[in-house]
Design a protein around this ligand. Structure first.
Ligand code: XUL
Ligand code: CO
Length: 395
């Protein structure tokens, strides 16, 4: 198999003064921070969909990037395998230990679910080989229940029994694949679980149906040996006008109402927090104080746009506050998945690498700054001066 990112060697740490654009300035995997190597705080993951599938298409224009990775035709099993080759080479060069995937990211979806499932079996065999070769692991898997037109009215909240059953079948397979790949988590992001108008929506019934689907997933997952966490990834809107998993507080209330709280945690995405009118830190704290801080989708939005722009994170203040919460909570059970993509003009293989260097460096610097905040004693001294208790020290 030929090298896909030829000309790019393994990305090394060179320090803040380095002018080498293909080097980390802050992410030094083995550097000890508060008694642990950086990489233990920051289990980074590559999102299969953005890095290997998304090629720049938006509602105003088609692909700008060539993500064929040497395959002669896109949307084929040859292309699916080329993505596996590209993905594992990419992760190895960046030192990324995990990946996350939706079922339909890893194979082209066929008209017949049995054909899709056979393709999924074949590609995951190939992924397993690569995982053994490289030591790279699966952070979480999920089923895409929002792209196919059948899900236009939702999956768990659909008005069609047939679509509901299809969603259940898709989750069953995605769970089996997650177990096969040793995934630590399984995500529910309810992109189309919501409504446009309440005049034609039975909200209670829809929420009960979503909970029922999750309950079946838990029962089946535990039966086939899935010992990891299920996650809800809250998001208030987009694509729907109103999504049921609005934010962490809403999702946690929902889980408690339906008796799902023992099996589920939160997968908090920075840009989704912003869309809900919260800070990233707020969503992390709400999850942490409820014992449900599971995993993170690391990205950022643009405060001037009300969209889910999924940018690679470069805001060090946000990353610092995030790492402050993560350290205080005793770490994540999951990891930091870069649910992030390059802008349309950043369309080269080199740009893919730059995006990840930026994101990894931002979180590494955030970790360093959060550790300073905790270790330099300023906050406890101020708290003592004013006679207050720091909430995260209260336990
Ligand atoms: C969409 C989003 C998803 C989930 C997985 O906004 O974040 O990619 O992370 O379905
Ligand atoms: Co996400």
């Amino acid at each position: 198999m030929s090298e896909i990112f030829s000309g790019i060697s393994k990305i090394a740490y060179e320090g803040a003064k380095s002018t080498n654009t293909f080097a980390f300035k802050f992410y030094d995997a083995e550097k000890i921070v508060m008694g642990k190597p950086m990489k233990d705080y920051l289990p980074f993951a590559m999102a299969w969909w953005h890095n290997l599938c998304a090629a720049g298409t938006d509602m105003f224009g088609r692909d700008t990037a060539d993500k064929a990775f040497g395959a002669s035709e896109k949307g084929t099993m040859e292309h699916a395998k080329a993505k596996v080759d590209a993905g594992f080479e990419f992760m190895s060069k960046l030192g990324i230990e995990y990946f996350c995937f939706h079922d339909v990211d890893i194979v082209p979806e066929a008209d017949d679910i049995n054909v899709t499932n056979a393709r999924l079996d074949e590609i995951t065999d190939y992924m397993l080989e690569k995982m053994k070769e490289t030591g790279i692991k699966c952070l979480w898997g999920t089923a895409n229940m929002f792209s196919n037109p059948r899900f236009m009215n939702g999956a768990g909240s659909t008005n069609s029994a047939e679509v509901y059953c299809f969603a259940a079948a898709q989750i069953k397979k995605a769970l089996e694949l997650t177990v096969k790949l040793g995934g630590k988590g399984y995500v529910f992001w309810g992109g189309r679980e919501g409504y446009e108008t309440l005049l034609n929506t039975d909200m209670k019934f829809e929420q009960e149906n979503i909970a029922r689907l999750m309950k079946m997933a838990v029962e089946y997952g535990r039966k086939i040996g899935f010992t990891g966490d299920f996650y809800i990834e809250p998001k208030p809107k987009e694509p729907m006008k109103h999504q049921y998993d609005f934010d962490a507080a809403t999702a946690i209330g929902f889980l408690r109402q339906y008796g799902l709280e023992k099996d589920f945690k939160m997968n908090i995405e920075a840009n989704h927090a912003t869309l809900a009118g919260h800070t990233f830190q707020h969503e992390l704290r709400v999850s942490a104080i409820n014992g449900m801080l599971g995993s993170i989708d690391a990205n950022q939005g643009d405060y001037l746009l009300g969209w889910d722009t999924d940018e690679f994170p470069f805001d060090v203040y946000e990353a610092t506050m995030c790492m402050y919460e993560v350290i205080k909570a005793g770490g994540l059970t999951g990891g930091f998945n870069f649910d992030a993509k390059n802008r349309r003009p950043s369309n080269t293989a080199e740009d893919m690498v730059y995006g990840f260097i930026l994101g990894m460096d931002t979180f590494a610097l955030g970790l360093i700054k959060a550790a300073e905040l905790i270790e330099d004693g300023t906050l406890p001294a101020l708290a003592e001066y004013y006679g207050v208790t720091l909430v995260t020290d209260a336990e």
